[in-house]
Ligand binder design. Structure first.
Ligand SMILES: NC(=O)c1ccc[n+]([C@@H]2O[C@H](COP(=O)([O-])OP(=O)(O)OC[C@H]3O[C@@H](n4cnc5c(N)ncnc54)[C@H](O)[C@@H]3O)[C@@H](O)[C@H]2O)c1
Ligand SMILES: CC(=O)[C@H](C)O
Length: 354
C-alpha cells in the first residue's frame, strides 16, 4: 500500500514567519515548496536545507506572489516535483509605514499587488489544483491584528489586511462545497525583519532611537513578550491538520493579548459592563496606568506620568450595543475627558453611570 505524503506550498518562506511555518509543517511530516523573490534565493535555499535536515523533501521555487502566472506555475511545479499538493500558505506580504495623508498612488499599488492580489492568486491557483486533483484542500492566509483593528501609521497596510480577512471569508463560503477550507492567521508583534522596518520607519518619523518603538509596542502586550514565528507556526500547524476540518472563514489572532489589553484594563479595575447603571471605581495608580496605555495607543507621542498627575481625567465607558460582542468596548464608546490643572483630591474616584 502506498501512502501519499502531504505537501504544502509556503509563499515568502525565505525568512520570518513563512520560514517558521515551513519548518513547523515539515515537522508535521509535510513536504514543502518554499517560494520567494529572486534576491532571497540564498536565504530560501537555507530554509530548504533546514527542512531537509528534518528528513522531508523540500524545493525552492522562485515566484513573485503578485504575479498570477508565476503563482499558478509554482503550484503546478510543486505537484509535479513533490507528487502531491494539499495546503497553500499565502504568507508573503510587505508593510508600508507612513501617515495616511502622505501615502502616494505608487505606495498603494505596490502594497495592494502583493498583499491583496498575491493572496487572490494564491487562492485561485490552489483551488484550481485541488479541483483538478478532485481532493479537499486547505488554504491559509496571512492576515494581521492590523486586519482586525487598524494601526496608525500603517493605514494602507491595515487596509490590505482587512481585505485579506474579507477574502478569507468569501473564499471559505465559495469553496466549502469543494471541501476546501480557508482560514487566516493574525499575528501581533512578531520580531522578524518586517518589524525592523516598522521600528526604523516609525522611529525616524517620531524622532526616537532604533528599538524604542518596538519596545513600546511590546510593553502593550498582555503576555509580556514580543512574538516569535513559532507562535504563529503553532496555529498554522493546527489549521493545516485534520483537527481544524470543521473550521473555515476564520481570521484568528495570535497576539499575546494586544487587542484585549484595553478592555482587560477596565475589567481589572472592576468596571461592570453587563448592566446599567454600573459603577466605575479605581485607584489613582490603576487609572494612571490605564491612561498611559490609552494615550500611548491613541497618540503618536507618549504622555508622561507627571503630566497626567496634574490633570484629572474622567473616563466614561458605555456598553456596546452590538449583540454579537456585548462585552467589547468599541473605540467610539470610550470617551476621555481631560480637566486640566485639577489636583487629585482623593486617592480613589468613584463614578456611577445611569
Ligand atoms: N512581523 C509581524 O509582526 C507580522 C504581524 C502580522 C502579520 N504579518 C504578516 O505575516 C507575513 C510574513 O511577515 P514577516 O514578518 O515574516 O515578514 P518578512 O518581511 O520578515 O518576510 C516576508 C517574506 O516575504 C517575501 N516576499 C515579499 N514580497 C514577496 C513577493 N511579492 N513574492 C514572494 N515573496 C515575497 C520576502 O522576500 C520575505 O522573505 C506578512 O504577510 C505580514 O504582513 C507579520
Ligand atoms: C506588522 C503587523 O501586521 C502587526 C501590526 O505587527
Amino acid at each position: 500500500m502506498s501512502i501519499t505524503i502531504r505537501t504544502a506550498l509556503v509563499t515568502g518562506a525565505a525568512q520570518g514567519i513563512g520560514k517558521g511555518i515551513a519548518l513547523e509543517l515539515a515537522k508535521d511530516g509535510y513536504q514543502i515548496a518554499v517560494t520567494d523573490l529572486p534576491h532571497q534565493r540564498e536565504q530560501a535555499l537555507q530554509t530548504v536545507k533546514e527542512i531537509e535536515q528534518l528528513g522531508v523533501k523540500a524545493i525552492f521555487i522562485e515566484a513573485d506572489s503578485s504575479n498570477r502566472d508565476q503563482m499558478f506555475k509554482a503550484v503546478d511545479e510543486t505537484y509535479e516535483k513533490l507528487g502531491s499538493f494539499n495546503t497553500m500558505i499565502n504568507n508573503a506580504g510587505i508593510v508600508h509605514v507612513s501617515p495616511l495623508v502622505e501615502v502616494t498612488e505608487e505606495d498603494i499599488d505596490r502594497i495592494n499587488k502583493i498583499n491583496i492580489n498575491g493572496v487572490i492568486w494564491g487562492i485561485q491557483a490552489a483551488a484550481k489544483k485541488f479541483e483538478a486533483l478532485d481532493q479537499p484542500g486547505k488554504i491559509i492566509n496571512a492576515c494581521s491584528i492590523a486586519g482586525l483593528d487598524a494601526f496608525q501609521m500603517m493605514g494602507i497596510y491595515s487596509a490590505t489586511k482587512f481585505a485579506v480577512r474579507a477574502l478569507t471569508q468569501v473564499a471559505a463560503k465559495e469553496l466549502a462545497p469543494k471541501k476546501i477550507t480557508v482560514n487566516a492567521y493574525c499575528p501581533g508583534i512578531v520580531l522578524t525583519p518586517m518589524w525592523d522596518i516598522i521600528d526604523a520607519k516609525m522611529g525616524e518619523y517620531h524622532g526616537v532611537p532604533k528599538g524604542e518603538t518596538v519596545k513600546k509596542y511590546i510593553d502593550n502586550i498582555a503576555l509580556g513578550r514580543g512574538s516569535v514565528p513559532q507562535d504563529i507556526a503553532n496555529l498554522v500547524s493546527f489549521l493545516g491538520s485534520e483537527k481544524s476540518d470543521y473550521i473555515t472563514g476564520q481570521s484568528i489572532a495570535v497576539d499575546g493579548g494586544v487587542l484585549t489589553l484595553l478592555e482587560d484594563s477596565f475589567t481589572a479595575i472592576g468596571l461592570e459592563l453587563t448592566e446599567k447603571p454600573f459603577k466605575l471605581e479605581f485607584s489613582k495608580a490603576a487609572l494612571t496606568k490605564i491612561l498611559l496605555k490609552y494615550f500611548w495607543s491613541k497618540s503618536e507621542k507618549s504622555i508622561s506620568e507627571e503630566s497626567l498627575d496634574n490633570s484629572l481625567y474622567l473616563l466614561i465607558a458605555t456598553c456596546s450595543n452590538s449583540t454579537a460582542s456585548p462585552y467589547k468596548i468599541e473605540d467610539s464608546s470610550l470617551y476621555v475627558l481631560a480637566l486640566e490643572n485639577i489636583k487629585w483630591k482623593s486617592s480613589r474616584i468613584s463614578l456611577r453611570l445611569e
